[in-house]
Design a protein around this ligand. Structure first.
Ligand SMILES: *[C@@H]1O[C@H](CO)[C@@H](O)[C@H](O)[C@H]1NC(C)=O
Ligand SMILES: *[C@@H]1O[C@H](CO)[C@@H](O)[C@H](O)[C@H]1NC(C)=O
Ligand SMILES: *[C@@H]1O[C@H](CO)[C@@H](O)[C@H](O)[C@H]1NC(C)=O
Ligand SMILES: *[C@@H]1O[C@H](CO)[C@@H](O)[C@H](O)[C@H]1NC(C)=O
Ligand SMILES: *[C@@H]1O[C@H](CO)[C@@H](O)[C@H](O)[C@H]1NC(C)=O
Ligand SMILES: *[C@@H]1O[C@H](CO)[C@@H](O)[C@H](O)[C@H]1NC(C)=O
Ligand SMILES: *[C@@H]1O[C@H](CO)[C@@H](O)[C@H](O)[C@H]1NC(C)=O
Ligand SMILES: *[C@@H]1O[C@H](CO)[C@@H](O)[C@H](O)[C@H]1NC(C)=O
Ligand SMILES: *[C@@H]1O[C@H](CO)[C@@H](O)[C@H](O)[C@H]1NC(C)=O
Ligand SMILES: *[C@@H]1O[C@H](CO)[C@@H](O)[C@H](O)[C@H]1NC(C)=O
Length: 345
């Protein structure tokens, strides 16, 4: 059996000022309080605060036990109405045990004796709990331990306090998200390009079990296999947390969407890059159009000049006229040819 990483997440949701009258905030460090909003049917007001402690803080080596359990403690403090719903993302790459907790601070004026709570996985109820109150209690607390062993257990877990209106908080479990270095790449025919995807950052490191690349130009996903086309593609894998796809000798046919996919024990994560391959003439197009217009204009002026001259010189020597005639037709032919050539581009 492999030693699996396990993370115990203790997530605390605190709702302050819940109840029918104003109460002191137990946590006065709230940076943002909007206490002036009133909603019909809600006589109190609250705001949500999110704070987080140091992330994956410790890795506890537990000798003689099957599991090594790094502990992640996060805190969400909710300061309440009118915002009655909050979501927090939790990133997991490998199996873990999560201890989720929602904690709702009781206003002194509240005389409720009990609180009904529900835990949901997606839209399915997985646990119900009735919390009874005694004098010393200042919070309604509900916990749920979730053992995440495979990707079917990823998703959303929600605790619901059955107040009016309902107050809930959702823990959104997800695998590490991919960062695409440049989402939109523009290159030229014949060039080489490198597309890059990575996971994690300086603080948090992840190790995908595999990376794959796909292209999709609209006719379906095509797996890129650099072994089959080494002259076209090269996959560069310097660290587990980064992947690079090198594409050689670009043609306009390589313009496409490219997808990188990272595989984790708990699921897959995708990133998208759009690649546009231009010919060198593409950026010259506006210039060529202007150049063509100038040439036509010059040609028209030239023809006009020649024609009016011809009228004047009509009475003059026949030989001279013939020479001019041949010159004119040659020149105008040359001009027209070059015009059509440029416009075709
Ligand atoms: C609520 O009750 C506790 C304990 O009785 C007290 O310490 C606290 O100051 C009270 N808060 C308010 C807002 O009255
Ligand atoms: C408070 O509410 C006002 C409008 O109601 C909003 O513009 C402001 O950003 C809010 N401040 C905080 C800290 O939420
Ligand atoms: C995380 O929570 C556990 C139990 O709740 C506690 O033993 C541990 O010291 C906490 N770790 C940190 C870094 O706060
Ligand atoms: C949480 O509360 C919000 C607002 O009342 C509601 O839209 C949402 O459906 C609730 N979520 C769950 C999972 O019950
Ligand atoms: C729960 O969600 C699933 C899909 O997400 C849906 O098929 C099912 O009907 C939902 N059940 C209820 C009770 O809403
Ligand atoms: C009140 O509840 C707290 C927490 O649930 C518990 O530790 C305490 O013993 C209880 N006190 C009484 C008098 O029941
Ligand atoms: C989980 O919740 C988030 C935000 O509330 C939502 O975007 C996402 O679709 C939900 N995921 C599942 C699997 O229900
Ligand atoms: C990727 O992993 C390497 C080696 O483990 C590390 O030095 C680097 O900081 C990581 N980069 C990111 C973005 O996580
Ligand atoms: C998409 O790519 C495939 C294979 O690379 C190619 O056969 C197909 O013609 C392309 N389709 C379009 C619309 O470019
Ligand atoms: C790429 O092609 C080679 C040779 O056909 C094959 O052995 C390999 O499994 C393929 N790789 C992928 C990722 O499909």
């Amino acid at each position: 059996m492999r030693v699996s990483d396990a993370v115990v997440l203790q997530l605390v949701l605190l709702l302050a000022l819940w109840g029918s009258s104003e109460a002191d905030m137990p946590d006065t460090s709230t940076p943002s309080e909007n206490t002036s909003q009133k909603t019909p049917g809600i006589s109190s007001h609250t705001t949500w605060e999110y704070s987080s402690s140091a992330g994956p803080s410790s890795t506890m080596e537990s000798f003689g036990q099957a599991e090594k359990m790094p502990i992640l403690n996060d805190t969400i403090i909710i300061h309440g109405f009118p915002k009655v719903s909050e979501t927090k993302s939790i990133t997991l790459e490998s199996p873990a045990e999560l201890e989720l907790m929602c904690s709702l601070v009781i206003s002194n004026a509240t005389n409720m004796e009990k609180m009904e709570t529900i835990w949901k996985s997606g839209n399915v109820t997985i646990k119900t709990e009735t919390i009874r109150r005694n004098e010393t209690q200042t919070k309604w607390c509900t916990r749920n331990t979730i053992k995440v062993r495979n990707k079917d257990q990823m998703g959303n877990y929600t605790c619901v306090f059955q107040t009016k209106p309902e107050i809930n908080a959702t823990f959104h479990l997800q695998v590490p998200q991919i960062h695409v270095k440049s989402e939109h790449m523009i290159t030229y025919v014949g060039d080489t390009v490198i597309l890059t995807c990575e996971v994690g950052n300086e603080k948090t490191h992840f190790n995908p079990t595999f990376w794959t690349w796909y292209s999709n130009n609209g006719s379906g996903e095509v797996l890129i296999n650099s072994t089959l086309m080494p002259e076209k593609y090269s996959l560069i894998q310097t660290h587990a947390n980064i992947t690079k796809l090198k594409i050689f000798d670009l043609s306009e046919l390589d313009s496409s969407f490219y997808w990188c996919k990272a595989g984790f024990l708990l699921g897959e994560s995708k990133g998208k890059v759009s690649l546009k391959v231009l010919t060198y003439l593409t950026p010259l197009k506006p210039f060529l159009v202007i150049a063509a217009e100038v040439i036509i204009l010059v040609a028209l002026i030239f023809i006009y000049e020649v024609c009016s001259k011809k009228k004047e010189e009509n009475t003059e020597v026949e030989k001279e006229f013939e020479q001019t005639e041949t010159l004119k037709s040659e020149d105008s032919n040359g001009v027209e040819n070059s015009t059509t050539r440029h416009r075709k581009v």
